[in-house]
Write a protein that binds this ligand. Structure first.
Ligand code: INI
Length: 160
């Protein structure tokens, strides 16, 4: 029979770090609230969550790397907001940040969840950092939990 492997949202006993950009804090703090809510609702102990603030999205990958390399966390969640209308070098910043986050995750083996919004307008940003219907921070919490659990379940070695 085919074996299906997927992660569950089980947070008890697991530690996570969240890296938050202060730029566009109106939105990034809402992402953080959603993310903390998501972790809490899946039984992650508050004492096992560390929040690190950085100036802007550009600084996020470096700090994610340090945290991931520390070996202290089951997952690192990156939260930021890069808005095209307000960012002259939008393409440059958004590409570098998403590449950086992906690179940290692959090179360390720690799930690094990309919750850096890259949007065209304030309205789009508002929608994704919502307090009720849609909050990317909340989704990121679930993704981090799922990935942490999934990595525990992946078989190792041939014919395992
Ligand atoms: N940082 C962001 O997180 N979002 C932005 O939209 C943004 N804009 O508009 O420029 C931004 N810039 C700051 C950047 O991330 C760095 O903090 C700064 O360049 C210092 O390295």
């Amino acid at each position: 029979m085919v074996r299906n492997i997927e992660g569950r949202f089980s947070g008890a006993g697991k530690s996570f770090a969240i890296v938050v950009g202060r730029f566009n804090a109106l939105f990034t703090e809402q992402l953080l609230e959603g993310c903390l809510d998501g972790l809490r609702r899946h039984a992650v102990d508050e004492d096992r969550v560390e929040v690190v603030r950085v100036p802007g999205a550009w600084e996020i990958p470096l700090v994610c790397r340090r945290l991931a390399e520390s070996g202290r966390y089951r997952g690192v969640i990156a939260l930021g907001a890069v808005i095209r209308g307000a960012t002259p070098h939008f393409e440059h910043v958004s590409t570098a940040v998403s590449r950086g986050i992906a690179e940290v995750s692959l090179s360390t083996g720690v799930p690094v969840i990309n919750g850096v919004l890259t949007t065209d307008t304030l309205e789009q940003t508002r929608e994704r950092a919502g307090t009720k219907a849609c909050n990317t921070g909340f989704d990121c919490a679930q993704n981090a939990l799922e990935m942490a659990d999934l990595l525990d379940r992946l078989p190792e070695g041939p014919d395992a």
